[in-house]
Design a protein around this ligand. Sequence first.
Ligand code: ADP
Length: 265
Amino acid sequence: IYHASVATVWGEEYPIGKVCVLQDITHYKQLDALKSEFVATVSHDLRSPLTLIRGYATMLQMIGDLNEQQQGYLQKMVSGIENMTRLVNNLLDLGRIEAGIELKLENLDPAEVVSQVIAQLQPQAAQKSIEIQSEFHLPEGLVLRADPDLLKQALLNLVDNAIKYTRLHGGVWVSATCENERVVFAVRDNGIGIAPLDLPRLFEKFYRSGRREAHEQRGTGLGLAIVKSIVERHHGRVWVESQLGKGSVFYIELPLDPEKAESLV
Ligand code: ADP
């Protein structure tokens, strides 16, 4: 397996040639496959003991006659377990999607999907006094062919981030529009924004911004990698526009029918 990069060589005023570099990446691809297999197996085996530990920790919390210090230690354990469970679940999701699970395509109403996602995240938004608003510009009776669970998960990750990375009393806006046989979902927030340096790497696995404001929030750095895999499985595109300190907009563009569409990537 080769990776090709082509560059134009410029003379004083006009191009004088092209250089093509072919790199043998067979080894990296094999390593990547091994890594995915390893991650899938390990994360699966981690889930059962985690459930067990969590169960007993919760039971201990309910016993009631623990002193304040003991309760404090227990609380730390429970929140550590919760973080790890989140990580393992994210790894399993990503593994499943990357392994090429078959899409269960259904006829969907994009507005309905957005409304369900907003309803699910309403409690989280309310905790930070954030209002989520939605807006739709869709022709009557429009049908989007997509896997409902995966599409919902992609939008959930984006709206969840919008809430997470926005300050108290902020705002989140979700819209769906249709143009040229494609539906574009936009998730906008007026939160902390993203530094230009972080932008190109945001969709990489495990990438998290090093900024203090962003790092204060819990996360695994896998949410956007999951969004990207889901969207690309549907032959769509995902991208972001952001201004530091002002807010961000994440876009998902999907063909109305992925089976008919050539990849837009
Ligand atoms: P996580 O949120 O678990 O760290 P993600 O893959 O969902 O992982 O996001 C990667 C990084 O992108 C985050 O750590 C954060 O720095 C940045 N990010 C994502 N969404 C937003 C947003 N709406 N506003 C500001 N930064 C964001």
